[in-house]
Design a protein around this ligand. Structure first.
Ligand code: FAD
Ligand code: NAP
Length: 488
């Protein structure tokens, strides 16, 4: 029987997980540990982030974000750690959401407006979600989980539990306070956009030494004015690469050079005005020259902004005590999961928020299914270990065959709905007495919005069509909210 659950992280995943667990009215103790000063996760805006120390070409989290040395005797206090924990977020000043509000909010409370809102809206929304559900008292802020170790059950009928080592920074005393807490189950909701990734490129290490500060990662990008009249190369062609290169057009020297490894979903046949496309960078020379894979080069570049994404990091995972690693950086996947949510070999461990998919809504299905698993009220039991292993094997084979990323669950082709359906089926209804969150329906309006309301205009869609869709969406939204009346 699971009586106590710890959640690591109070971002969008942690908020919905806490709400789903609380709704079960089953657990005696739920705690949400968050290293920041508030809930909100990715959506907290940090004005000042020091760029230089984030650039470590080719480094993986095991090197760049190692676990902290844990004091030998606990509880205790220690001088504050000086190790960079990458707690700042990558949100930049003008960032707006890129998923329509109806699909980005949880099912029970809408965003105040939409479809694409400034970054402070999701932050406020997540913070308020804790108080709206009266789960704010579960939060333990400014507290980093530094170790998660399995505790082997004392009797065969009990499941293994978990011991957490926690560190809270006390700024008034300038101390770190350390202690331990034990739980029957743990849910990881620690996000995966903290540790920037920059590929290893010939000559880049030397270039960094020779031209300090010239190469940065989009994690530290905040506003275009910093690059006024500068000659800039942006590397990457996903959301950050597109946003950053387009923002720079208003301030930096034109053209902005965007180095693309692949054609993006929204790319036409030619770049937007003020930009030039380049292929991948093959070498940095000591003269400052940058070589590209088509043999072309650029001289006198003032800045290179790597928008090459992030790597998930689990420095708290005690691989010795838990018997294995948790993440495979070769395959870019969690090890031994089932439907990106459950762990085959750790029945009292769960994870929310790893798939790249409709985020908040996806997290809601995951959280509800996990809450039901831990309250022992799953509507459909999880399949046998052999079936779970088979799911992982088949998914990996498909990803290799179709060049997909293991935890990407794309909307097209029905992958997202199949995933939601599975979690929906596991969770099922709550009890007759009203215990438990009910997984939401995925209605026509939501599906219509996902298909038609797009932040970036696809190359083959004119801006008028996009505009008309947005107007239509607002009309739908107004009508539906009038029908629904005020939020209770
Ligand atoms: C630049 C950017 C823009 C994005 N834009 C969109 C968008 O428009 N729409 C969208 O749907 N998604 C967007 N995303 C994805 C976004 O990350 C998700 O929407 C969502 O907020 C992720 O929530 P999460 O709770 O899983 O992770 P996070 O928001 O990262 O939250 C994890 C929390 O865990 C805490 N934590 C981590 N480790 C520990 C520890 N050891 N101990 C204690 N606390 C810990 C962190 O401090 C953090 O608060 C964007 C991501 C980025 C990087
Ligand atoms: N709300 C918003 O508007 C907004 C803005 C920014 C970010 N985001 C979100 O933030 C998250 C992270 O996005 P992101 O754009 O920072 O990262 P990302 O989606 O992981 O994209 C990384 C980019 O870097 C390229 N890349 C990776 N390794 C490379 C290499 N070795 N050489 C050359 N190119 C390489 C990738 O190319 P390939 O495509 O070839 O792999 C891809 O274009 C996503 O969820 C995104 O939706 C949202």
């Amino acid at each position: 029987m699971i009586e106590s659950v710890a959640i690591i992280g109070a971002g969008a995943s942690g908020a919905i997980t806490a709400a789903a667990l609380q709704a079960e009215r089953y657990f005696k103790r739920i705690r949400v540990f968050e290293r920041r000063e508030t809930a909100g996760g990715t959506w907290i805006y940090d004005e000042g982030v020091s760029p230089a120390h984030l650039v470590r070409p080719g480094a993986l989290p095991a090197d760049s974000d190692p676990r902290l040395e844990i004091p030998s005797s606990l509880p205790c206090v220690s001088p504050p750690t000086k190790q960079n924990r990458y707690h700042e977020t990558p949100i930049y000043e003008l960032l707006t959401t890129n998923v329509p509000d109806i699909a980005m909010a949880y099912s029970d409370i809408p965003f105040p407006y939409g479809p694409f809102v400034p970054h402070h809206i999701p932050r406020q929304y997540i913070e308020n979600y804790f108080s709206a559900h009266r789960i704010d008292s579960l939060l333990q802020l400014n507290t980093t989980v530094e170790d998660v170790s399995k505790v082997v059950a004392q009797s065969p009928e009990k499941a293994d539990g978990w011991n957490l080592t926690l560190r809270q920074h006390d700024p008034t005393q300038n101390l770190d306070i350390w202690w331990e807490e034990s739980f029957d189950a743990v849910i990881l909701a620690n996000g995966h956009y903290s540790i920037p990734y920059i590929p290893q490129v010939k000559g880049l290490d030397e270039y960094l030494e020779q031209f300090p500060g010239r190469v940065v990662h989009s994690k530290t990008y905040r506003k275009p004015e910093v690059w006024t009249n500068k000659k800039v190369v942006v590397v990457g062609n996903s959301a950050s690469g597109i946003d950053v290169s387009r923002e720079l057009i208003q301030a930096a020297q034109q053209p902005i050079y965007q180095s693309r490894r692949s054609k993006g979903r929204w790319d036409g046949d030619s770049p937007p005005a003020g930009m030039v496309w380049k292929p991948i960078i093959t070498e940095f020379l000591s003269s400052g020259r940058i070589l590209f894979s088509d043999g072309s080069y650029l001289d006198e570049v003032d800045a290179v902004i790597y928008c090459t994404g992030y790597k998930p990091s689990f420095p708290f995972w005690n691989e010795k005590r838990n018997g294995r690693l948790i993440f495979d950086y070769q395959e870019n996947k969690l090890i031994n999961t089932y439907w990106h949510t459950f762990f085959q070999d750790f029945p009292t461990l769960g994870i929310v928020g790893m798939p790249r998919v409709l985020t908040f809504r996806g997290m809601e299905y995951q959280a509800t299914a996990l809450a039901r698993l831990f309250s022992n009220r799953l509507s459909t039991p999880l399949p046998s270990l052999a079936e779970q292993k088979n799911w992982e094997k088949e998914r990996l084979e498909r990803c290799r065959r179709e060049h997909l990323k293991f935890h990407d669950v794309p909307w097209g082709g029905g992958q997202t709905t199949a995933w939601f359906q599975k979690l929906f089926d596991f969770a099922g209804l709550g009890t007759l007495a009203g215990d438990g969150r009910i997984p939401p329906v995925l209605d026509e309006r939501t599906k219509w919005a996902i298909k038609h309301i797009q932040k970036y205009k696809p190359a083959n869609q004119d801006s008028e069509a996009n505009n008309n869709d947005q107007i239509l969406y607002h009309l739908f939204e107004q009508r539906d909210r009038q029908l629904e009346g005020p939020i209770q």
